[in-house]
Design a protein around this ligand. Sequence first.
Ligand SMILES: [Zn+2]
Length: 874
Amino acid sequence: MRMSLLARVHVAVTATVLALTVGAPTATVAQQPDIPSPEAFFGHPMGADRQLVDWDRLVAYYDTVGALSDRLVVERVGQTTLGNPFLVIWASSPENLAQLDQIKSRNDVLSDPRGHSQAQIDDAIANGKVVFLQGYGLHSTEVAGTQSAAEVVYHFATRTDAEMMEILDETVSVLVPGMNPDGTNIVTDWYDRWVGTEYEGAGPPELYHHYVGHDNNRDAFMQNTVESQYVARLLFREWIPQAFIDHHQMGAYTARIYLPPYAEPIRPGGDPLVWREMSWYGAQMAYKMDEHDLPGAIGAAIYSGWGHFGFHWITPFHNIAGMLTESASARLATPLYVHPDQLQGSRQLPEYEEQTTFPNPWEGGWWHVRDIVERQILATFSPLELAAKNRETVLRNAYNKAARQTRRGEEDAVKAYVIPAEQHDPLTMQKMVNKLLLQGISVDRSTGAFEHEGRAYGQGTYVVSTAQPKRGVVRWLLGRTFYPDNSYTRDRDGNPIRPYDMSTDNLAEFMGVHVVEATTPIEAPTTRQMGLVDPSGTVATGANGYVLDGRLNDAHEAVNRLFTAGATVRRAWRTGEGFRQGDFIVSADANIAVVRQIAEETGVDFHALEADAAGSTYPLSRQRVGLFQRHYGGNMDEGWTRWLLEDFEFAYATIMDEEILRGDLHERWDVIILPADSRGMMVNGRGDPSDTPPAYRSGFGDEGVAALEDFVENGGTLVTFAQAGDLPLQDFDLPVENAVEGMWGNEFWSPGSTLRMGVDNAHPFTYGMPRDALATYLAGGQVYETVRGAESARVRRLATYPERDVLQSGWLLGEEAITEKAAIVAVEKGEGSILMLGFRAQHRAQTHGTFKLLFNALQAQPSDMSAIAAGGGD
Ligand SMILES: [Zn+2]
């Protein structure tokens, strides 16, 4: 539905007024001849049509303005993934900037009042400053953010109006003017290359973060990328600001800007004041939009409060008002004409018409990046004005949020999450502890063995109390999670509405770490874990070399390093004296200095092997691994896989269509990985090539499919994740079907959940896995069943969903569609095999609990795989 005629007339009138008062905030910028405006510096206003300033020039501007202004401190906090400078800009009064340490001390008291006196708390409220972090340009094709930030910084440096002076005196702004500087350059270069051609405004063909692309906002709880680590240090450990805003863009055809608060449903367990603060700030932003005649602002719609654990959705559980703005997009920097008929509703905006949270619909027409820049600047400063005028209230509530969450934790049914020292993969457990520490969570370590609630725990068990300010983060990272199933998550016909992203973000479940809920306080003696855990492996030399535990993910990294060092490594296909099936055996002649260094750096113990294991092992060697990358649009699952392979030091090469089409793939590759992707994108390429330059349309076609089949027939190993399994399923004539093909909604639904599966760990593809594991299952995943009985001998089920209680965390409808069906199959074909993982075992490099399902496939396989795999397991 479209807006009424009356409303259109109204908007038409205000649009005229708008033209006269464009960028109202700039009207109050005083003349400061020393400090160049962005327009003077770059030669055009920020957000001008077809003008994007790249990161290098933005950095030059910030350095220039930072050197001239005593209201700014421009800090280089480190390098990005591709080596660009990552900046943080501190903006406040010169007096405040001169005493940031003292401001930080007071902020520390309020964000974690444990152990502080009432006098210290009162002092922090009376004399502290509101700390407010805002980030721009996390998603690089959402081009306005980095451009707006330059003008925001100019406002801070030059405005002398009363509102700005109060903001400078009462608040400290921490600005991250480019959350992904690499991507700003990637997109700017791409845009500039095609501007003025028929492909102007087309999306870039590569991920705009070297590894993770758009998923760079799904990383705040794991912090795999350096960019996430820089921001997390500020937000979760060093400062814990009172508010955080992440400025983004959304689709082009609904409201002009989404502002806080979030829509329903919200994830429970945060302090209520956090949600009230988001409404408070959001109301101020929306109010200011209409005060300045910028139509199209909406709140409490479109973005639900239960999302992934990226920065803006995890910060509420750090007691930070964690907010998002989402402006309508143009076509990169190219204006977009939006016909009124194209404007439509969204979540909690059932029709594109006036409603309480959307009283001023935009009427359509040309939409420019400058329109976004103006809204982002206003969305930056209006909440700061509010916080500055209410400084003591904001600070008192910072204290209240932290103190009340701690008290609630004392009263919670779960008093603590216990992470036993005894784990299937203790090194991965220690990595998880580090990830909790990187959230600024308090973690204690037992100094001796103890018993609690009838369980025995060893020394070095970790205890995470819920009675701490970050109780909410603790609960969601370690506690079992059920996504709400109610009228907010079902449409009128009862069909489930897809969650924004995952329906659980349980770190322990993703990482395969066993965690126990304690319902009574832990009495055992513990010490607070201060620094990150940095395990160092031991080395004991035996007559026949060393044994590495095949259950450790890091054993694969150790083996990869041993290959580099030229050491001889074998793998045990059966359990023997001093080793287990799946363990790695390193020959005694390995260079001892290298062995010690690998043990030290990976944490993997090198155990002494005395017995002769030769008859129980097969040789390993570095495999030739090809990771398929399609041309168009980048594939985040591919990027994350690349990240993961590099993190564990697997050798691999990226292969694209041209390499597939060369044929005879078995001569050059041992293993080819197809990351999760649709068959259509791999085979046919871009569906609508009209906006894609020809070189980037991709698709290896039927010829490529035949080359891959030939690769397997000739002894290659093909690994497919999730929907990439469609390629062998449809093209290779396999006796396997996808049991959930075409199912959705109440028939079968599992969006981003952890599902229980039983693992047959007696196969080289599953060595080192526990018998009970969790699959991280996303929509689009596959579940396998065998067809054509006679040929089923070629199919081996490696993991199977149980007959009931499949869901561990998240959301699952239609469980019966997958019970007792296969989560993973290995299919023999000719001389080779296809490992089909129906879920993403390497999802976002977060699912440590199933990494080995990929890693094993990248190690050499025994020459008589099926005979060996039948040899009995553990
Ligand atoms: Zn975005």
